[in-house]
Design a protein around this ligand. Structure first.
Ligand code: ATP
Ligand code: PRP
Ligand code: MG
Length: 285
């Protein structure tokens, strides 16, 4: 059977979460340290460990069929490459920052200014919309230091917590785009591997859905069930089972992880007791 080739970042921010996602999809990869290639024992999949920045070219050439890559890298050098799925990790933004003490009114202030960045296309495309032409200085790493050493007036780089900007006495003035890890697909993928991709994507979706949800159970007196159910935006409708104790029931449902603390308070206020919140491993609609 033909194996689908997936590129995963060799080392860096995406590596661990990418491998965890494949593992949560039930895929076992024998991972010898420093190996550049690995084969899954229970899925027709081969993993190639590559640099994030090199992946768009490998996808374009069909050297790999799919990849887990930062969306920002595709925007910079892979706009011809399709995205099958957003993966919900490595969330960040690509922003312009300037020295904290400088004033900033609008993007026009950056016309003709020297901008240090590893994302020249992203900067130029963004500025083009405003008819502003910056003077790009291409740097591969430690971009945030550039203004402090007199190399640039502004920078464009990845921002997440903002602590790197803060440490370098910079402030964020324009958010150009938001990014997260994505599953990208080669335009040259074969129909056989498209089937493998569909199978993998089905599993990924089940894992991602489960990560966003919690299973909750609670007990409630029967006269409170109606009010409680109104609070529960479940998958379909909640399961209600009678308890051994007369007049009481157990209510089960799935709720979104993000909203569950607020819902929990409201459920208690409506008379729910013995609430349990349980992680879900996989969720298929
Ligand atoms: N501070 C951050 N917080 C969240 N996500 C980030 C952060 N920095 C980078 N990322 C995301 O992770 C991806 C990989 O970043 P990382 O710094 O590990 O690799 P890189 O140096 O850009 O690439 P390469 O693998 O080519 O060396 C980035 O393209 C971006 O999508
Ligand atoms: O807003 P923050 O949370 O501080 O994150 C932003 C920093 O993270 C990334 O660098 P990384 O740590 O990946 O180092 P690198 O330059 O070696 O890639 C990015 O290039 C920024 O410098
Ligand atoms: Mg980095």
């Amino acid at each position: 059977m033909k194996k689908i080739k997936i590129a995963v970042q060799k080392s860096g921010r995406l590596n661990e979460d990418s491998l965890k996602l494949l593992k949560d999809c039930g895929i076992s990869i024998d991972n010898g340290k420093d190996q550049l290639k690995a084969i899954a024992s229970n899925f027709p999949l081969e993993v190639l460990y590559l640099r994030n920045g090199d992946i768009p070219q490998y996808l374009r050439d069909g050297v790999v069929d799919i990849a887990i890559i930062g969306e920002n890298v595709l925007i910079e050098k892979g706009t011809d490459i399709g995205i099958a799925e957003k993966l919900g990790f490595s969330k960040c933004r690509v922003s312009i920052a300037i020295p904290k003490e400088n004033t900033y009114n609008s993007i026009e202030d950056l016309d003709g200014m020297r901008i240090a960045t590893s994302y020249p296309n992203t900067v130029l495309n963004y500025f083009k919309k405003y008819n502003v032409t910056p003077d790009i200085h291409l740097i591969n790493g430690s971009v945030e230091i550039a203004p402090n050493i007199g190399l640039a007036d502004a920078i464009c780089d990845i921002v997440s917590s903002g602590s790197t900007l803060f440490k370098n006495n910079l402030k964020e003035v324009e958010v150009m785009l938001k990014s997260e890890a994505v599953l990208a697909v080669s335009p040259k993928i074969s129909s056989e591997n498209q089937k493998n991709l569909d199978k993998l994507q089905f599993r990924i979706q089940a894992v991602l859905r489960a990560r966003k949800s919690k299973y909750i159970l609670m007990n409630a007196p029967n006269n409170k069930i109606e009010a409680i159910i109104k609070l529960l935006p479940g998958m379909r409708s909640p399961t209600v089972l009678p308890l051994a104790e007369e007049g009481w029931s157990s209510i089960h449902t799935v709720i979104e992880k993000n909203s569950f603390w607020e819902v929990l308070d409201e459920l208690k206020a409506q008379g729910a007791e013995g609430l349990l919140v349980i992680p879900i491993e996989k969720m298929v609609l």
